[in-house]
Design a protein around this ligand. Structure first.
Ligand code: AMP
Length: 110
């Protein structure tokens, strides 16, 4: 997916502040953070959203999220969000989990 922003980040064609990388997954800081800690976790393979997840990729992403929560020292509290589709508020159509922390999170979300 040559036109996909997050594919380009995963391929290092666009700069990002990476916090994690393995064979299948990368994580980097959101360029426009909405919380003191705001990290995006994405698969390297282009998948639009969680409906495209195959095999054990979902589990692997959650394991990576756990590692990042520990390395960022945000075990006290955080929120995981994956905005999906137009009604879900998704703006980049490459699967990503937002890890948000460092401030109180309201409910319900907007
Ligand atoms: P969503 O609206 O859920 O699809 O989230 C897309 C996220 O990508 C937003 O929080 C943006 O701030 C973030 N974003 C867009 N461009 C970049 C970029 N070049 N580097 C890091 N984060 C980005």
């Amino acid at each position: 997916m040559s036109e996909c922003l997050f594919c380009k980040i995963a391929e290092k064609k666009i700069e990002a502040k990476f916090v994690y990388e393995d064979k299948e997954i990368v994580a980097f800081r959101d360029v426009n953070p909405v919380a003191p800690t705001h990290i995006l976790v994405i698969p390297k393979v282009h998948i639009e959203n969680i409906l495209g997840i195959d095999g054990n990729l979902g589990e692997k992403m959650l394991q990576v999220i756990k590692k990042i929560v520990v390395s960022e020292k945000i075990e006290k509290g955080f929120r995981l969000v994956t905005n999906t589709g137009e009604h879900g508020g998704q703006t980049v159509y490459h699967l990503h989990w937002h890890i948000l922390s460092g401030r109180h999170m309201g409910w319900p979300p907007g």
